[in-house]
Design a protein around this ligand. Structure first.
Ligand SMILES: CCCCCCCCCC(=O)SCCNC(=O)CCNC(=O)[C@H](O)C(C)(C)COP(=O)(O)OP(=O)(O)OC[C@H]1O[C@@H](n2cnc3c(N)ncnc32)[C@H](O)[C@@H]1OP(=O)(O)O
Length: 296
């Protein structure tokens, strides 16, 4: 995947509908916005810097996520569609095509249903993985619920399918290939294996799993990064499959969170994959968290 270069000149910076960067020459002037650099929803954002109390963040970064424990600047969140707990999360990004409006998503303790869409499917609005706040009442030991807020079904239904696909056309000016793309393409659902063109790519499944486990780790511990991910692919996943993904916290050891998940078909009869992941908590600072941990 080609690195995305932001108007801030920082490579590999993902974008989200949360910020409005300054205009850049030769770049369309849509209100394209990068991921919130403080938001725990984006633990791997390379712009992420820990906020120091009473020290303003560098311009042009402005924060918009009220559920971010590090945001000192923005008590209101009029634009951030990634925050599931924002009471006013009604994003207004009208001039960016296909930018979804993601409403607040209640957390229902249930297994998620994930839909792997074919690249031949009509483009649909992005349905990002439901973001869970660290403040949410999710039991660390309970299965993680992932629901699509964009589902045509009830937004609170645990059976809502979750779409994982790029929200923009490859030919559009907001293509993932564009240097000003507001989105990082999450999963390239292209049939790259000629003889089995209708099967989901293992890397796409890994992304699905990493994101799901990361979301659970996020709900438990705030900002995290993946340190290790191990996947057993047990049965092929056809494109357009509806899947059940059940994620669970196995144990927590200091900054380390050991998680696991099972990826089933919709009926829960075929186990497509099993995975374990190690996530490292980024907050509090690791210096403060040292001691008490023991081994890997
Ligand atoms: C839609 C919203 C979705 C939200 C969820 C998205 C989730 C996606 C998350 C990602 O994909 S993040 C991107 C992929 N991951 C990375 O880029 C991480 C790159 N690696 C690092 O940044 C560092 O190596 C890392 C933070 C993982 C560890 O560095 P640190 O300096 O912070 O920790 P340190 O090296 O002191 O290790 C902390 C503990 O973890 C252990 N550890 C670290 N890496 C390990 C490893 N690979 N395997 C086993 N143990 C590991 C390490 O031994 C140690 O154990 P102890 O405290 O018991 O001594």
């Amino acid at each position: 995947m080609s690195p995305v270069v932001s108007p801030l000149g920082v490579p590999n910076v993902p974008w989200c509908p949360s910020h409005i960067p300054p205009a850049v020459p030769n770049v369309p002037s849509e209100p394209i916005v990068p991921f919130c650099p403080q938001c725990p929803c984006v633990p791997c954002c390379p712009l992420a810097v820990r906020a120091v109390p009473n020290v303003p963040l560098p311009s042009p970064v402005s924060l918009c996520c009220p559920c971010c424990p590090h945001c000192p600047q923005c008590p209101q969140c009029p634009h951030c569609p990634r925050c599931p707990h924002c009471p006013c999360a009604v994003p207004a990004v009208p001039s960016v095509p296909n930018v979804p409006i993601v409403p607040d998503v209640p957390i229902v303790p249930s297994v998620p249903v994930l839909s792997l869409l074919s690249p031949l499917s009509p483009l649909s609005p992005l349905s990002p993985v439901s973001l869970l706040s660290p403040m949410s009442p999710v039991s660390p030991m309970s299965p993680l619920s992932l629901m699509s807020p964009m589902s045509p079904m009830s937004p609170v239904s645990p059976m809502s399918p979750l779409s994982l696909m790029s929200p923009v056309s490859p030919m559009s000016p907001l293509s993932p290939m564009s240097p000003v793309s507001p989105f990082v393409p999450i999963v390239p659902f292209v049939p790259i294996v000629p003889d089995v063109p209708r099967l989901a790519h293992g890397g796409a499944i890994a992304t699905l799993i990493d994101t799901s486990l990361g979301t659970l780790a996020l709900a438990v511990a705030g900002r995290v990064v993946t340190a290790n991910l191990s996947i057993d692919y047990l049965a092929p996943v056809p494109l357009r499959s509806v899947l059940l993904l059940e994620a669970f916290l196995q144990r927590r050891q200091g900054r380390k969170l050991f998680l696991g998940c099972d990826l089933w078909d919709a009926e829960g009869t075929t186990l497509h994959a099993k995975a374990t992941g190690l996530f490292i908590q980024q907050d509090p600072p690791k210096e403060a968290a040292r001691g008490g941990d023991s081994g890997r």
